[in-house]
Ligand binder design. Structure first.
Ligand code: GN1
Ligand code: MG
Length: 349
């Protein structure tokens, strides 16, 4: 542990003593800090990606206030609390300009790197639907857009074309060919938004499996973390991202329909309360689009020399991209089955 890290942790708690890396995020640096009272989470926000970290903190306050005014019996998710610095600020700026913040650690909880049971997946879907429902009466425009362009697939396609024109990295035949084949679908969700078929709501932005915390005793989801990208968007980005992460069989590399059934069953238990006909209609296009989008983001970053996603070796983003494209191919092969599933799960069907 470097002395500097301990000194930063002590900006939030005088008694901070032991610091270990936490999780495996690809953007921010995250640590678990022991102190005389509760352990807490210390994070350095990547200001290349989030140039306005104070907006992240303001959004987090708005979110917590919105949920706190609900009847507590109706709220089944806890959010991490902001811990202020000893000078009562929500962020600490280090000498290199790094922005640090501290959050409470949800006691007796764990995050999963792999699905254990179908019930884990059902609960993940249900927790995402619950989060969307709790925020469905929060005006999206009351939140800052902490990451403009996030999940706007046509924008990522433009960045890819520009990277292609500028890069000296050799193209990967599989990825390049897959992008060419899929790209005509890139604006499906954005076009639906522009036509008024889908509306802006408050989204999480990054609801992958390891951002849901499970109670270690009850095995229930009790928290949803990584709230930096909570902002106005389409809930479809979230559903697509959650399915991409939870319904990807990492051994075979293919899509798992039974997990998708569990996830959507849980999700729609909550989301049926606010879902419209068009919301149902665009579920499959979202499930198909988000793995493509993430693959495109990884591949573009690879072509640009790995500036955005952390890597441990230069071809890691290329492999991550190919993995997402293979998942997307498998989702395309399951199209009729996924559409049947959505029809079957729709209330009143
Ligand atoms: C990034 O840093 P992490 O792992 O929480 C990324 C997500 C990707 C994810 C893929 C702000 O999230 O969009 O789905 O990597 N977050 C941002 O692992 O770009
Ligand atoms: Mg994240």
């Amino acid at each position: 542990m470097s002395y500097q890290l301990l000194a930063i942790a002590r900006q939030f708690a005088d008694s901070a003593s032991h610091i270990t890396p936490l999780g495996n995020g690809l953007i921010n640096d995250t640590f678990l800090v022991k102190s005389a009272s509760q352990p807490f989470v210390l994070q350095r926000i990547n200001t290349q990606v989030f140039p306005n970290p104070e907006q992240i903190m303001t959004n987090l306050v708005s979110l917590s206030q919105h949920i706190a005014q609900k009847n507590s019996a109706d709220v089944r998710l806890q959010l991490p609390q902001i811990l202020s610095t000893v000078t009562d600020d929500s962020l600490y700026q280090d000498e290199q300009g790094g922005a640090w913040r501290a959050l409470s650690f949800i006691a007796d909880s764990e995050s999963l790197e792999a699905v254990r049971t179908l019930d884990d997946v059902r609960q993940t879907g249900q927790a995402l639907g619950h989060f969307h429902r709790l925020l469905s009466d929060l005006e999206p425009d009351s939140l800052h857009d902490t990451l403009p362009g996030f999940h706007i697939t046509p924008g990522y396609l433009q960045q890819y074309r520009q990277a292609l024109a500028e890069t000296s990295v050799a193209q990967d035949a599989y990825c390049a060919e897959f992008i060419d084949r899929f790209q005509h679908r890139a604006d499906e969700l954005e076009a639906a938004k522009e036509q008024g078929l889908l509306s802006l709501r408050v989204i999480h932005g990054d609801p992958k499996l390891n951002n849901f915390l499970f109670d270690i005793n009850s095995l229930q989801v009790i928290s949803l973390i990584d709230l930096d990208t909570v902002k106005p968007g389409l809930v479809h980005y979230d559903v697509g991202d959650c399915v991409r992460s939870c319904c990807h069989n990492s051994d075979s590399g293919v899509f798992d329909l039974e997990r998708c059934r569990a996830l959507l069953t849980g999700y729609l238990n909550e989301a049926a309360a606010f879902f419209t006909d068009h919301d149902y209609q665009y579920l499959y296009p979202a499930i198909r689009l988000i793995p493509f989008e993430l693959g495109l983001r990884f591949y573009t970053d690879y072509l640009q020399g790995n500036r955005y996603f952390k890597v441990t070796e230069p071809e890691q983003n290329l492999r991550r991209a190919a993995e997402q494209f293979r998942l997307c191919e498998s989702i395309l092969a399951h199209e009729p089955a996924i559409n049947r599933l959505i029809t079957e799960l729709r209330p009143g069907e």
